[in-house]
Ligand binder design. Structure first.
Ligand code: ZN
Ligand code: ZN
Ligand code: ZN
Length: 369
């Protein structure tokens, strides 16, 4: 997505309104996605400090190592670039720019060495998390952001269809080989980055975040594939399972329950409903089906510039779903030592009801590849 300067300016002013409302004098953003959300620039996750200093008014200052300054797309309407030299201690510069601030909100992914260094330089400051002033805004996707998420979803849907139709060879290959194949397809379909490509066969599928390894996929196994990447700055994330042969009746029975839980979870995401209700909806159906103890994770997570971001579809997340919330609905059933099943779509809340961005077939396919 090519975000316009106007859009960045709108985001900045909304963040500043939230700062005023919450009594935050200054926001400090470094590694993580809040910085690119507001400026288009992604800090390198290295030891040299990159930090945006955003006060309630005045020009925001982006402190960057001088050697990285050429990476920053200049937008003087939005922020001023302040390159720092190798022999300077950049925390001193940031601390000086924060003098007079009594409440500072700092990004979640800022390295501890910088947070600790700043807290020593700025005694008496009250520290908060920047997610409090940026997060709410990031949860509500604009129509351009939804378009970007949809384009990414369509790209992985096409790969899921290739998997389901047997165009991606499975039997005789290792999980790692299939993972590399999925990764190539993610890039070939227009993503700039692969974020993960989980391939888990047989009993490995019972581990929800299995790391694909040297295990060879055999005939008559469940193969769980959960993959996604970043396309034009926004993430895809989909899970589909296939069986390399005939579908055993116990797997078919569990999948029926999973599929109805997932679709009910999607349908539950109406504006004004608590996020945790999406979770309780899928969990109830899976429990009623007799698999409650085998559903070992939350139902979903928000998605946008990050694969996992606020809100979370989990008991205790009482935030009310708003227009533009984008999140996964991905219940699973995992039988240790045997097999695992998960079904995942990305959903956007709209005034007309929840819209699934993923359209890949939801049924469990038997493949002979
Ligand atoms: Zn996951
Ligand atoms: Zn996933
Ligand atoms: Zn997910």
């Amino acid at each position: 997505m090519l975000t316009s300067i106007d859009e960045y300016a709108r985001r900045l002013s909304k963040v500043r309104s939230a700062m005023v409302a919450q009594g935050v004098d200054t926001v400090l953003l470094s590694v993580g996605h809040d910085l690119p959300y507001l400026t288009g620039y992604t800090a390198m996750p290295l030891e040299r400090l990159t930090m945006l200093v955003l006060h309630v008014d005045g020009v925001p200052l982006l402190f960057v190592p001088r050697l990285e300054a050429p990476r920053v797309a200049e937008m003087p309407e939005l922020f001023e670039i302040v390159p720092w030299d190798e022999t300077v201690e950049p925390l001193d510069l940031v601390a000086a720019a924060c003098l007079g601030s009594s409440t500072i909100a700092i990004g979640d992914q800022t390295w501890a060495r910088f947070v600790v260094g700043l807290s020593h330089r700025l005694p008496g400051v009250r520290w908060e998390r920047a997610v409090g002033v940026v997060g709410d805004l990031r949860m509500r996707k604009s129509s351009a952001e939804v378009d970007a998420l949809r384009a990414a979803a369509e790209a992985v849907d096409a790969i899921a269809a290739e998997l389901q139709s047997g165009q991606i060879p499975l039997i005789g290959r290792t999980e790692a080989e299939v993972s590399a194949d999925l990764s190539q397809r993610i890039l070939a379909r227009g993503h700039e980055k692969v974020n993960f490509a989980i391939v888990a066969a047989g009993e490995n599928a019972a581990s929800p975040h299995h790391h694909p390894g040297s295990r060879v996929i055999e005939a008559d196994e469940v193969v769980l594939c959960d993959f996604g990447g970043t396309m034009n700055g926004y993430c895809s994330d989909i899970t589909r399972c296939v069986v390399t042969g005939e579908i055993p009746s116990e797997v078919a029975a569990a999948y029926e329950v999973l599929m109805s839980a997932q679709s009910a979870g999607v349908a539950a995401g109406q504006i004004g409903v608590r996020c945790e209700e999406v979770d309780s909806t899928t969990r109830q159906i899976i429990s009623d089906g007799g698999y409650g103890e085998y559903f070992v994770h939350r139902t979903g997570h928000g998605i946008g510039m990050e694969e996992h971001e606020d809100p979370y579809m989990v008991s205790g997340d009482v935030r009310l779903i708003e227009d533009g919330f984008a999140y996964s609905v991905e219940p699973g059933i995992y039988i240790p030592g045997k097999w695992g099943l998960r079904l995942e779509d990305i959903v956007v809340a709209t005034p007309e009801g929840p819209r699934s961005l993923n359209q890949a077939d939801h049924s469990l396919h038997a493949v002979s590849a």
